[in-house]
Design a protein around this ligand. Structure first.
Ligand SMILES: Cc1cc2nc3c(=O)[nH]c(=O)nc-3n(C[C@H](O)[C@H](O)[C@H](O)COP(=O)(O)O)c2cc1C
Length: 230
């Protein structure tokens, strides 16, 4: 079996170049982004200053254990300072057995909670909001049922990742993931919660989707990650 090491970049080795730098946008694109992505909104009881969301990004930096440390504080402070409306934190363990990542942070002891408090305080001081992504693998596969049930309890938001070829796993020369239109499949099920879309979005595409009322906010990974990533 030809199993590539990690995620094999199948379609686009330079996904970063798909994202236009703001300076290269046309005036019309800039206007669209300013009048949609940059507008505030409310997720449940939480107001966010703009609709630019940082998608969950595992950093594996909670060394030597899984207690968030000063590196984690700096990382999130910088992202909030960078202007994000909402930060969805990295996958966060509800018990150590939930993942194969040894230095992913946890949130299941008083020590974890106190460490996260330092992070939420600096993020709030920078004017951004922060939500936790509770993590226990494997993830649920029965998407429509889960989305319908979560929407019924009026969650602040439901974030859905659409297919990204560049992150698909190639096994024996073939792309592995099931490709489907997540907006058509799941957006009609989301009636009470806000809908955040993620996956291969450019700022202009996100702005169009917000403008048309298809989504409420957009989550980006590539625009928030850099090298050195601190
Ligand atoms: C280094 C890295 C870490 C990630 N960690 C998580 C995670 O902890 N939880 C999660 O749901 N998605 C995770 N993802 C997926 C991203 O949040 C995002 O869904 C994906 O990169 C597609 O978004 P993009 O097209 O804006 O890059 C991770 C992706 C990368 C590259």
């Amino acid at each position: 079996m030809d199993l590539s090491p990690g995620y094999k970049r199948a379609e686009d080795n330079n996904a970063i170049f798909k994202h236009k730098l703001l300076s290269s946008l046309t005036p019309a694109e800039k206007y669209l982004i300013m009048s949609s992505l940059s507008t505030p909104t409310t997720l449940g009881a939480v107001e966010i200053r703009n609709r630019n969301v940082i998608s969950a990004l595992t950093r594996n930096r909670s060394l030597p254990t899984n207690i968030p440390n000063d590196t984690n504080v700096d990382y999130y402070k910088q992202r909030a300072h960078g202007g994000a409306g909402l930060i969805v934190i990295e996958g966060t363990l509800i018990c150590q057995q939930g993942t194969e990542w040894p230095h992913a942070p946890g949130i299941y002891t008083a020590e974890h909670v106190a460490a996260w408090r330092k992070i939420t305080d600096v993020v709030h001081a920078e004017g951004a909001k922060i939500f936790s992504q509770l993590w226990h693998q494997p993830t649920l596969a029965i998407f429509k049922y889960v989305i319908t049930e979560l929407d019924a309890i009026k969650l602040a938001y439901i974030a859905i990742l659409q297919y990204v070829a560049a992150q698909d796993l190639v096994i024996d020369g073939k792309l592995h993931a099931t490709q489907h239109d997540v907006i058509a499949a799941y957006q009609p099920l989301i009636k009470n919660s806000n809908f955040i879309l993620n996956g291969g979005l450019t700022p202009s595409e996100a702005a169009d989707l917000i403008q048309s009322g298809t989504i409420d906010a957009a989550a980006f990974r590539m625009l928030w990650i850099s090298h050195p990533d601190m």
